[in-house]
Write a protein that binds this ligand. Sequence first.
Ligand code: NAD
Length: 327
Amino acid sequence: MKILVTGSSGRVGSAVVDRLLAEGHEVMGLDARASGRKAAGYSETVGLLDDAAAAQVAAAGADAVLHLGAFMSWAPADKAKMFAANVEGTRVLLDAAAGAGVRRFVFASSGEVYPENAPISQPIDENHPRNANSPYGLTKLLGEELVCFHQRAGRMETVILRFSHTQNASELLDEESFFSGPRFFLRPRVRQQENFGNSKVADLLRAADPGRPSHILACNEQGRPFRMHITDTRDMVQGILLAMTHPAAAGEIFNLGATDPVDFEPLLARMAEITGLPIVKVDLPGAGVFYHTSNRKIRERLGFKPEWTIDRMLQEAAEVRTKRLAQ
Ligand code: NAD
């Protein structure tokens, strides 16, 4: 097959490209950033998702589009850029794909359409109402609507995957990584909150700093530690390829992620054993993060079998951290 992968320089997109090339497919990438990849069967358009000319070039001759490119940001200053990339970009790409006669279009949506951090009922399945409460979640909800419109009005088969929070295992114990740094390490969390303009939370966190680098065990205002899903990129790749190929995926919406959520208290204890850093428990304002999302539909209908438990991910994270610190 010839497959267009958007976000081909990103975390998930680059892993998908590797896998497709290994399976002998012809792959076209589309990303604002060049990947530097030189491989037989691979070509790339460097351009913005909302650039119709770039989208047309990229989609030409494709059998399938895996639309994984998006701008993820929670910073108020990024709103316009994010709507351009995620909403207008998705509209432009759907039109380009339909015009090029693409057979199947897979869209990376997000658990933030529910949103997972404020569920009405749990486990969260695909019928949970979509009450996005962040601009990013709203861009994904609007993206879903555009995809559904094409599913109804056109000839292209579409699949919506509501992605779990996704990490490369190597990111979990890296203070500098975009998600895991502020999630699990106190000082990166202070910097993140300052960037978001949450000076009250930043002050609260700073007051808890024990004077040396440390982990943060994030809890809600009642002291309940966070719980959420963390899915390994490799399991996401498996689900995306099932969505691209499985006949039963056409026209469907699936949650895609790890089967079990991760409880932060035991997770942080394991992390601290590996890093030797102290854990600081901080009770943050609000109800906190505490959710369980069901992946039952994609397991039962498409045969999705996640393989990367949090323990396996941590083992790999520890090896990568040891190597990084030795350098
Ligand atoms: P990523 O940030 O690593 O990759 C996204 C890619 O999109 C980047 O390479 C970036 O350069 C590209 N991009 C951003 N704006 C662009 C634009 N305007 N034009 C062209 N390219 C642009 O993210 P990821 O973790 O690989 O996520 C893949 C998809 O999954 C995204 O759609 C994201 O919204 C969704 N998602 C991710 C998570 C997660 O936890 N990683 C969770 C839910 C949903």
